[in-house]
Design a protein around this ligand. Structure first.
Ligand SMILES: [Zn+2]
Length: 246
């Protein structure tokens, strides 16, 4: 994103110095998917994704999705399809389009054998129903920036999905997210920055960046009563497994 156009090298240096091993940078439309791939091709430790975010569903169509399919088939550095999903909070695109573009993209990801990164904001029932319809096809993926409760997390996990917890878990009014982060099976837990958004406490309000994930990890380790090292190793191993990182 533009937020890093002035100091991307410094951000990446701080990430590596802070113990980050890999970064996955996501696409939200065609230009950003191309830019994400260009970054991934420049650095061994960075991977990327391709997809139309629900905010951009009004601009998407089958032809444009096929353009991203060609991009994703061309490079092994594209390790997932996303962000895709539904956002009934901001409503930047029409509901009907969001649903149609989401379903087309899940099917594209299934054909490409790529895991999906799913954005679900105030659309829990619809996302769950759409994934449920395809449960026999064993789609893999992650519910990113998970904002539901423990019961919803388990419904997604039963469909084979991972749950990714962002910096919001460190916030004061986050008891529902905290309970999910504490109780879901560790084999299904991922953590993320969602940079530049959602910086964890004590950096809340700042531009988020990869090395800040440490604060999110520390909070979840504390909630689960395990040490930071164990939490970090398990969630990194989960990410490697889901996204097939080498
Ligand atoms: Zn998102």
């Amino acid at each position: 994103m533009e937020d890093y156009s002035d100091d991307i090298e410094d951000v990446l240096d701080r990430a590596l110095a802070g113990g980050i091993i890999n970064i996955i940078t996501v696409g939200i439309d065609i230009p950003s998917s191309q830019k994400a791939l260009a970054l991934a091709e420049r650095y061994d430790f960075i991977y990327s994704t391709a997809g139309f975010h629900p905010h951009n569903a009004d601009d998407a169509d089958t032809g444009k999705i096929n353009e991203l399919v060609r991009l994703a088939s061309r490079s092994k550095k594209i390790v997932a399809w996303g962000e895709i999903g539904l956002d009934f909070y901001r409503h930047y695109s029409h509901v009907k389009n969001q649903i149609e573009i989401f379903e087309l993209q899940i099917d594209a990801a299934l054909d490409l054998n790529l895991p999906v990164i799913i954005h679900d904001r105030d659309a829990h029932d619809d996302v769950l129903n759409i994934l449920n319809k395809r449960k026999n096809r064993a789609q893999k993926g992650v519910i990113h920036c998970f904002s539901g409760d423990y019961a919803l997390a388990m419904s997604f996990i039963e469909l084979g999905f991972y749950i990714s917890i962002p910096g919001t878990v460190t916030y004061k009014n986050a008891s529902i997210t905290q309970e999910a982060a504490e109780k879901i099976p560790i084999e299904r837990l991922l953590i993320e920055t969602d940079a530049p958004f959602l910086a964890p406490i004590p950096l809340r309000g700042k531009r988020n960046e990869p090395c800040f994930i440490r604060h999110t990890a520390e909070k979840i380790a504390l909630l689960r009563g395990i040490d930071l090292d164990e939490l970090s190793h398990k969630t990194s191993a989960n990410a490697k497994q889901l996204f097939g990182l080498s």
